[in-house]
Write a new protein. Structure first.
Length: 314
């Protein structure tokens, strides 16, 4: 290994922390192998968590009253309650409390795979200490059935965390959603930034996930609905008769989840060596990528921002 590559590896491992696979958070998903292995819809359980958190935020705001807790106050309460995140104790990478809660719900029907069972299992990429020799770290997330789609639990994290980051970027007036998504992708070369081309994707695991960005884009739409008070699409309104905040409609994931969240349809790109290993694994399973024609994804709003270009070709 050349000196520059070794220095990059060492710096990355320092940034990651000396975590064992059991301690690290999952960051990729295999919706090819998991296809057909989940049958029970998880949406009612996940919808319930979001609606409960909205109610908790409004309860705190209503204790102070709409005069003392105005629009900015209730928006802050909703962000804190629904969008709260905690850093991993070793990696310091933020993960939404929602994702951690889902991960703890062992009764949810889920597809759980050991790395060797996945399309990424050609080498022990789940051993962080081998990074200087293998050049990547891949930890695999469970998949669930959400709104009729096979979705990795990591997508819920992107929906909440990246979605809120997009909303804040646009709300500050820094740019529009296209500019915010461009920031999430980052520059297309191997680097240390917390972007899809960086440590979230191509630089560390070697996976450039369009589905991750799609979930974040949907999250932006959700946060735009949640944090806009007294608008037609708002979740929260002010009951003027009693001077209290109220939830005017229930949250449902099927308003936001679509096939672009599914990495078996909105397929990822890979670093060349990993791409060859993944293709070999798919051939061994008799699978194609994507698993179905993905041309319909081109009709989604702003599809150019998060849909793999192969799905947007005539």
């Amino acid at each position: 290994m050349r000196g520059a590559a070794l220095a990059w590896a060492v710096a990355t491992l320092v940034a990651l922390g000396p975590c064992a696979p059991a301690d690290a958070r999952a960051d990729e998903t295999d919706n090819f192998t998991c296809r057909g292995r989940v049958a029970v819809e998880a949406q009612p359980v996940l919808d319930g968590w979001v609606n409960a958190r909205i109610q908790a935020a409004l309860t705190r705001a209503n204790r102070r009253g709409t005069n003392a807790c105005g629009a900015a106050c209730v928006v802050a309460e909703l962000q804190r309650e629904v969008g709260g995140s905690t850093p991993h104790p070793l990696t310091l990478i933020p993960h939404s409390r929602f994702e951690r809660w889902i991960d703890a719900q062992r009764s949810l029907d889920r597809c759980h795979l050991a790395l060797g069972e996945t399309i990424y299992g050609a080498r022990p990429y789940n051993q962080p200490w081998l990074f200087p020799f293998l050049g990547r770290i891949i930890l695999v997330s469970d998949s669930i059935l959400l709104s009729g789609r096979v979705v990795g639990l990591d997508k819920v994290n992107h929906f909440i965390r990246e979605g809120l980051a997009h909303w804040r970027y646009v709300d500050r007036g820094d740019g529009d959603i296209a500019a915010s998504v461009a920031r999430e992708w980052g520059p297309p070369h191997r680097q240390f930034r917390w972007t899809e081309y960086g440590l979230k994707g191509l630089s560390l695991p070697g996976v450039l996930s369009y589905a991750d960005v799609a979930a974040g884009y949907s999250g932006y739409t959700f946060w735009s609905h949640l944090l806009a008070i007294d608008e037609p699409d708002s979740y929260v309104v002010i009951d003027q008769q009693v001077g209290r905040y109220a939830q005017q409609r229930a949250f449902r994931f099927d308003e936001y989840v679509n096939d672009a969240w599914d990495e078996g349809i909105n397929v990822s790109e890979f670093q060349p060596a990993l791409a060859r290993e993944v293709q070999a694994a798919l051939r061994a399973r008799g699978l194609s990528a994507p698993v179905v024609d993905c041309g319909h994804l081109a009709a989604l709003p702003d599809a150019r921002l998060y849909v793999n270009p192969i799905c947007r070709q005539p």
